[in-house]
Design a protein around this ligand. Sequence first.
Ligand SMILES: Cc1cc2nc3c(=O)[nH]c(=O)nc-3n(C[C@H](O)[C@H](O)[C@H](O)COP(=O)(O)OP(=O)(O)OC[C@H]3O[C@@H](n4cnc5c(N)ncnc54)[C@H](O)[C@@H]3O)c2cc1C
Length: 493
Amino acid sequence: MGNTHSQSSLESCIQSLAGNRALSSFAAFPGSPTYKTDWARLYNLNFAVVPAAVARPETAEDVAGLVKCARENGVRVQAKSGGHSYGNYGLGGVDGVLSIDMVNFQHFSMDNDTGVVTVGAGMPINVLNQKLQNAGGRAIPHGIAPGIGIGGHAGIGGIGTMSRMWGTTLDHVIKMQVVTADGEIRTVNKSSEPDLFWALRGAAPSFGIITSLTLITHPAPSPIAQYETTLSFSPTTLSSAPLYSVWQQLISDPSLDPRFGSLFILTPMGSLITGTFYGSQSEFEDSGIPERFPDGMQPHVQMTDWLGAGAHLAGQMGKWMLSTQTGFFVKSLAFRRNELPSSLDVQEIFKWIDDQDKGTILWFCVFEAVGGKMNEVSVEDTAFVHRDKTVVWQVWAVVPSMEGNSVLVDKARKFVAGLKDQFMKYAKGVDGMYPGYVDPEMGEESGQRMYWGRNLERLEELKRVWDPEERFWNPQSVRPADKFSGKKRLGVS
Ligand SMILES: Cc1cc2nc3c(=O)[nH]c(=O)nc-3n(C[C@H](O)[C@H](O)[C@H](O)COP(=O)(O)OP(=O)(O)OC[C@H]3O[C@@H](n4cnc5c(N)ncnc54)[C@H](O)[C@@H]3O)c2cc1C
């Protein structure tokens, strides 16, 4: 599959689906003038990929028809909702995949009695937030970047500063409409196809195309204390080590108030702490948290509301996680409390950072406090396995792969990989990665094990049932169980 299909047969199948609609707004194929700049626009320039076709369906029936076209022509399929995959997996992650762009799936409705909402899978989270606000001040947990699509977010995880208080985005999903590999449109929940519903909450890209999601919502808390410290302007990364260790001690306190969400950001210019306390300023102060911040890093508090807090954090993080099209390398790890590095280990790791030629000045680390409510959900309840983690860490190095840039690219790549190795050396036992932060450079099998941990075998069994031909595929998606028969799986004795 993938490259062996007949391109012309795929194109005519898609053309016939368009019917009397203009093909120019329904689908595009390689060679069309705006293919690379619009239809198949990369998020991360460092992982170039050219899909066999990109289609923009309008209905679930269109999606079903597209999946059937792909099946008839032996082509793999991936959905694209917000297009924020670090590895461009919404475009397939490799050449020759049919990318189904969910941009037209933007519907929103709310049951005013229950606060339950049904939304189209292509809706960006900032649009969803605004609609929830307009519909009586409701809210769900979500990540930071405004353009993330709810389909790709809720199908994989969805971690934000409110996740310690409410859990992940996918913990709020109670029903999904999905097109499966046989081209059927199904409505799944805990009583209708419960296994598929389980898999779609954590490993959706391997199991189908979600067309709509039904989620429970909360009243948006108000007021909200948004806080941040000033950048430490440390001369070396090593000088941020004691600051980080104090933050790590604070956020790994098992009795930490779940309303406290926090990020420690390490940059070439020093470090800062930012985040949100979902309560009033006096509640924040009474929690005793501000006085546990590192010396010299006192939080400046600004009172805001739900949308203001989201916009502030997006603006703050947007300075580091560029929203413009560029090339970058990312590595990440998810730590259990007992795996977090000691103060001495942090010093060693941060000193190692100082000693590296990184190939770019645009590098940063984000350490995010997780746990709380997220970890109250059983690991068996959804395919999302990270129910015992305290910190999710990422390192980014921004340097686009382009001609004449190979030396810098090589250095940046080595830097992020080396830093992950450093953490793995000191944080003994760490074996998890959040699947929302895909690392296309990691081997397929070790990636799957780190993304889904002990839920991987059940996912592989379900893949064999629901998608044995691997219609839904990206370089690190779940493979069907039989594929590994006779082979020793990583991490399985
Ligand atoms: C700048 C930036 C900041 C981020 N911040 C956070 C954060 O704070 N918290 C967090 O949890 N994550 C964060 N992420 C990661 C993000 O949540 C994931 O990458 C997520 O999968 C993106 O979803 P998408 O729809 O935007 O991406 P896409 O590239 O469209 O899709 C990503 C994957 O999901 C699949 N997919 C998309 N739509 C569907 C669908 N409808 N049905 C089935 N599969 C689908 C795709 O096939 C692909 O494999 C961030 C990413 C970026 C780039």
